[in-house]
Design a protein around this ligand. Structure first.
Ligand code: KG4
Ligand code: ZN
Length: 324
């Protein structure tokens, strides 16, 4: 196998419940992208348990890095810098990735690049084979965030709208839970919605000022629509409820994007960017590739290409942050 040369960025991502490592070249080609999801581990709790996540990251981070190196046909000799998610996310989970990255950087004499997770999601758009270039308007919709970003340069994005309560992915997950689907339920709700009638229920799209979002009222509307149904009735209406609920979320997202776009190019990133109805509703937008919508380390390595690296011993003092 051809040696990649000492030009790979090793990315590590452990901000929530995915342990991920990737190898990306300086011009944005993905050589390996390994994601180990802990979703099954958290499913029985109906959400991510931070302490359980940290412990699992600790077990998985080294094997996942090894697997990424093997997939790329590379060794640590081929790595020129180590990129790691610094925040936002679960502090204990982030610290596992940061410690692993510091240890690899120190032992190999490499610089370390601390990467913001949200900038990482945006940087999923800068990878080969179809990278796009700023400026653009970016909808970032994930389990933890829902934001409209005015992306002016690779390292310059301004938040012009955000959610006042739940994130869009959180709305999907809570809705899925009310409908008796697993956790995280976004993808399952998406699949179920394809068999339902989106006009069956008239769920509200919140009216909030400016370019912000709100999803908590919608979740309550679904709760009211389901709570008086018997198990058999719920079963019969589940697909219609899913389709109508999803329609309301997608309408809220697309409505805001249209208001903010003003002729600008639009891009969509984050876990919710995998939603089939959202993708279909924005045919002219640059959509993150499906494999790069949910959390991964290729996007972290990608963002590192536009972030200042920290050399030894400076990076030893870097701390994780829970919120921006
Ligand atoms: O970006 P991500 O992996 O994690 C965060 O940074 O939060 O996003 C995960 C979120 C979850 O809420 C999940 O239910 C949602 O993305 N998601 C979807 C779909 N696939 C994942 N939501 C709607 N439709 C999908 N197909
Ligand atoms: Zn994320």
């Amino acid at each position: 196998m051809e040696r990649p040369g000492r030009a790979l960025i090793l990315g590590i991502e452990t901000s929530c419940d995915e342990t991920a490592a990737a190898l990306v070249t300086a011009d944005g080609e993905i050589r390996a992208n390994v994601v180990s999801s802990q979703a099954d581990l958290h499913a029985r709790y109906g959400g991510v348990v931070p302490e359980v996540a940290s412990r699992r990251h600790l077990e998985l981070v080294t094997p996942v890095v090894r697997e990424a190196l093997a997939e790329a046909g590379a060794t640590l000799d081929d790595v020129e810098e180590v990129a790691v998610t610094q925040g936002p996310g679960l502090i204990g989970a982030l610290l596992v990735g940061m410690s692993a990255a510091k240890a690899i950087a120190w032992s190999r004499g490499l610089p370390l690049v601390p990467v913001d997770h949200l900038r990482g999601h945006v940087a999923s758009l800068y990878l080969q084979p179809d990278p796009i270039e700023p400026p653009f308007l970016c909808l970032l919709a994930s389990g933890g965030h829902t934001m409209l970003l005015d992306v002016r340069a690779h390292d310059d994005e301004r938040v012009i709208g955000t959610t006042l309560d739940d994130a869009a992915g959180e709305a999907f997950d809570k809705g899925a839970r009310l409908l008796g689907l697993g956790y995280p339920g976004g993808r399952e709700l998406d699949l179920l919605a394809q068999q339902g009638d989106p006009a069956a229920y008239d769920f509200p799209v919140a009216r909030v000022p400016g370019l912000d979002f709100s999803f908590s009222g919608l979740k309550t509307a679904l709760l009211y629509a389901t709570r008086d149904l018997t198990a058999a009735e719920l079963e019969a209406r589940r697909a219609d409820l899913a389709a109508s609920y999803q329609r309301a979320i997608v309408r809220a997202l697309v409505g805001r994007v249209r208001e903010a776009a003003n002729g600008k190019r639009v891009a969509v990133v984050g876990g919710v960017a995998a939603n089939s109805e959202l993708r279909a509703a924005l045919p002219d937008a640059a959509l993150a590739p499906l494999a790069l919508c949910t959390d991964n380390a290729a996007m972290i390595a990608s963002a590192a290409r536009y972030t200042v690296a920290v050399s030894y011993p400076g990076y030893l003092g870097l701390d994780a942050y829970a919120s921006r």
